[in-house]
Ligand binder design. Structure first.
Ligand code: F6P
Length: 343
């Protein structure tokens, strides 16, 4: 079979490991041929291919980013012409099936194309870990490790200067990265989107901690947090082609408020895209490799409309519809169980 491959949405450590494993398993075990498309769905709409074979995917296992490039293009966002162009590309290039590697948005497009008769298999990726059909997504472990390394470093400088450090991490509307890195990094306060925060309460906790003898504090804040009503006013942000607001910057609003209300000198670090860049951890390389192998097998079996997913120790196939149905957020019980550590 001739298989088209694309990576869509935000890049994520481990994408190249998926591509490499998919091509190796496909070529060597199933005799598939591959065509890469550049920059997500845009490359299929614009017919922008790139050669993909065992030979062209050597040496990429440990490399961050994606050799295919990516974009947040949504072919369904306009008048429908883009979808026609996309289907024409598939016909012209003799593509029998597509493997779409992406998050909620990319897989949502894959699911809709499946409904139009395109043979698609999905592979879940996102540092946010917010896809409900899989236990975990690759990229998350790397993002958490980068955040923990940064928090460790911020601890020593915070201690030296008797400061409050506000550390902002990505994660969109799910607090997984904030909670994991906050707990593993020994933060004193962790704010997640799942629970609106009250700034007075945060300041009270910091004041109590400092009254108890601590001279510094670390506050980890997820970029998608919202203040409890009346606590702080936020501006409406810009949106992308999938209608998502562009997040980032909340820490810069919080820090002066914290400093003003508590009197503690406060500094901000926004980790942002640093969490997405660079070398994937061994865990993410392994998970991405297993997903790549499973996707090649799924195409060979004709399991279209499926996404590969981790369930317990196993990589399984789940319907794409299930994968994009619901955002996986941090459950209240998990937050409550860690409240003594991070508030
Ligand atoms: O979904 C992954 C993610 O990194 C989010 O955590 C973040 O909000 C968003 O992408 C940033 O997107 P962009 O790269 O378009 O700024």
């Amino acid at each position: 079979m001739r298989i088209g491959v694309l990576t869509g949405g935000g890049d994520c450590p481990g994408l190249n490991a998926v591509i490499r494993a998919l091509v190796r398993q496909g070529e060597r075990v199933h005799g598939h041929e591959f065509v890469g498309f550049r920059h997500g769905w845009r490359g299929v709409v614009d017919d922008d291919p790139i050669a993909l074979s065992v030979a062209t995917t050597r040496g990429i296992l440990h490399r961050g980013g994606t050799i295919l490039g990516t974009s947040r293009t949504n072919p369904f966002s306009g008048s429908g012409e883009a979808v026609g162009a996309l289907q024409a590309t598939l016909g012209r290039r003799g593509i029998d099936a597509l493997v779409a590697i992406g998050g909620e948005d990319t897989l949502g497009v894959a699911h809709r194309l499946g409904g139009l008769g395109v043979a698609v298999v999905g592979v879940p990726k996102t540092i946010d870990n917010d896809l409900s059909a899989t236990d975990v997504t690759f990229g998350f472990d790397t993002a958490v490790q980068v955040a923990v390394d940064a928090i460790d470093r911020l601890h020593t400088t915070a201690e030296s200067h008797d400061r409050v450090m506000v550390v902002e991490v990505m994660g969109r509307h799910a607090g997984w990265i904030a909670l994991w890195s906050g707990v593993a990094g020994g933060a004193d306060v962790v704010l997640v989107p799942e629970r609106p925060f009250d700034l007075d309460d945060v300041c009270e906790r910091l004041t109590r901690r400092h009254a108890g003898g601590s001279r510094f504090s670390i506050v980890v804040v997820s970029e998608g947090v919202t203040p409890a009503a009346g606590s702080l006013v936020l501006q409406e942000a810009r949106r992308d082609e999938f209608g998502h607001v562009r997040l980032g910057g909340i820490a810069n609003l919080l820090a002066p408020e914290i400093e003003g209300r508590t009197g503690f000198e406060t500094r901000v670090t926004v980790l942002g895209h640093v969490l997405r860049g660079g070398t994937p951890t061994a865990f993410d390389r392994m998970l991405a490799t297993r997903f790549g192998v499973a996707a090649a097998d799924a195409v060979a079996d004709g399991a279209f409309g499926a996404m590969v997913a981790l369930r317990g120790p196993d990589v399984v196939r789940v319907p794409l519809a299930e994968a994009v149905a619901e955002l996986k957020t941090v459950p209240p019980a998990l937050l409550a169980s860690l409240a003594a550590l991070v508030g």
